[in-house]
Write a protein that binds this ligand. Structure first.
Ligand code: THU
Length: 140
């Protein structure tokens, strides 16, 4: 590992570390399943997020949507990589709602899915085949 910031493997390791930090901040008293996410924008900014649950279970928000909303609401919409970490045996994979939510910003974005030991990497488009996307350009 060279340690250069543009070295892809180094970049991913830093993002995994940041997602693990965010995972500790998850609010998950109902499922007890803490999830962390980190998001690298094309211009090198990193955002983090975690799942936030609610006593009305359906209002709970996944870490992926939290981190994407944080970035978009700060003015960043061009995403490069999203890392999601959980303590599952298999790599944690975004739910259907999160796949559609992330697709909005870039179907080609890489999603690195991390479990206790294993990892998997796919684009959003690969995670959501035959997707629906109607992106208006007048607000960009
Ligand atoms: N969860 C995430 O935050 N991301 C995923 O990719 C899968 C599931 C959350 C939702 C809920 O708070 C908890 O994990 C258990 O499903």
């Amino acid at each position: 590992m060279s340690g250069a910031i543009n070295d892809d493997s180094y970049e991913i390791e830093v993002l995994v570390e940041k997602a693990r930090e965010a995972q500790k901040l998850a609010y998950a008293p109902y499922s007890n399943f803490k999830v962390g996410a980190s998001l690298l924008t094309v211009d090198g900014n990193v955002f983090t997020g975690s799942n936030v649950e609610n006593t009305t279970y359906g209002l709970s928000i996944c870490a992926e949507r939290v981190v994407a909303a944080k970035a978009v609401s700060e003015g960043y919409r061009d995403f490069k990589v999203l890392v999601v970490v959980g303590d599952s045996d298999e790599p944690i994979t975004p739910c259907g709602a999160c796949r559609q939510f992330l697709l909005e910003f870039d179907p080609k974005m890489t999603v690195v899915m991390v479990g206790k030991e294993k990892r998997k990497e796919m684009t959003v488009a690969e995670l959501l085949p035959h997707y629906f996307l109607r992106k208006e350009k007048n607000n960009e």
